[in-house]
Design a protein around this ligand. Sequence first.
Ligand code: EPS
Length: 389
Amino acid sequence: MLRYFTAGESHGEALVAFLSGLPAGLKVDQAFVDRELWRRQQGYGRGGRMKIERDTAHILSGVRHGITIGSPIAVQLENRDWKNWEESLPVGAGDAARHKQVASPRPGHADLAGALKYNFSEARYVLERASARESAARVAIGAIAKLFLHDLGMEVLSHVITTGSVTVHDHVPWEKVRSLYDRDEVLLNCADSDAEQHMKEEVDKVLKSGDSLGGVFEVVAHNVPPGLGTYAQWDERLDALLAAAVMSLQAVKAVEIGAGVAAAFSAGSAVHDEIGYGGSAFTGFSRAHNNAGGIEGGVSNGEEIRIRGYLKPISTLRRPLQSVDFSSRQPVKAAYERSDVCVVPAAGVAAEAMVALTLAKCALEKFGGDSMTETTRNFKGYLEQLRKY
Ligand code: EPS
């Protein structure tokens, strides 16, 4: 069973991620993992922090001589910013005068709900863990899940559909999403270069005005065979698992699979993907289009999986909203600390990681195996069964 979780505070010494349950014998390409981490750090609209951090995965366990050995994988990511926080956020008691309080909660952030829940007098500890810095740890193990999926022929990437008021309405084919991956400079990770320039202008506007922006990313999982997930039980449905995985990312407030939102306002005849028999990647069956986003009845159907995440605008504003001081209870402006103003491309990369981890989990449930030899043998046997169906 594939299991994973993370630990670490945004300005603590390091982030740590654990990934347990991968078969032995998977080649782990460190350069690939580090490039995924680099991709997450890119995008127009990031704040000063990204000039400090150079994320790299320090693999502590579970990989020897370049391959997985079946034991749990632990990965550490250094926070370079830690050297600026050692006195204000020490593990020991430290000097209270040097602690940096977050005196008034930011609307939209976890600050107030977290302080109430954990009975903190201010929000420092809340934001340290609620911060999207944590998603770097998920990207590190998500990259290893991607390597596993690559061995089964599957790929997971993302692109940006909306930033602020600019939206790409045309369908973006896989080849275009794939070509974004090869870029050495990431602006807004948008496949339409005119739209991307307009998105940049939107970011510039909010940079000037002290505001922030949200947007929409789309994750595409390519070459996923039919049969991952099941309708047999509510918590094994692939759409439910993917929605939870993407929704769990910081600032995501809605998730859509395929044409899910528009479909709710359309007639069935305009939505459902008619079935033909002319051949496709895995079987003789084919589809006229893919409004279902690659999932029907909680099961992958062999079409591309398309899942969108809707991000609220970043809740830290340079021109802050109204709030209340934690100690005096007087009205004040919300706290401001250095922040990003737009993170849609980065959130897309983090969502790729969550989608990859989810698909890897479902693939391992279906194909099993303690070694990659066993897993790929089972996988190939299933592909043969599909071809013969
Ligand atoms: C974040 C605030 C900023 C972001 C951070 C997420 O951090 P800081 O306050 O240290 O400048 O840069 O994102 C990351 C550090 C990252 O690696 O993505 C927040 O409040 O969520």
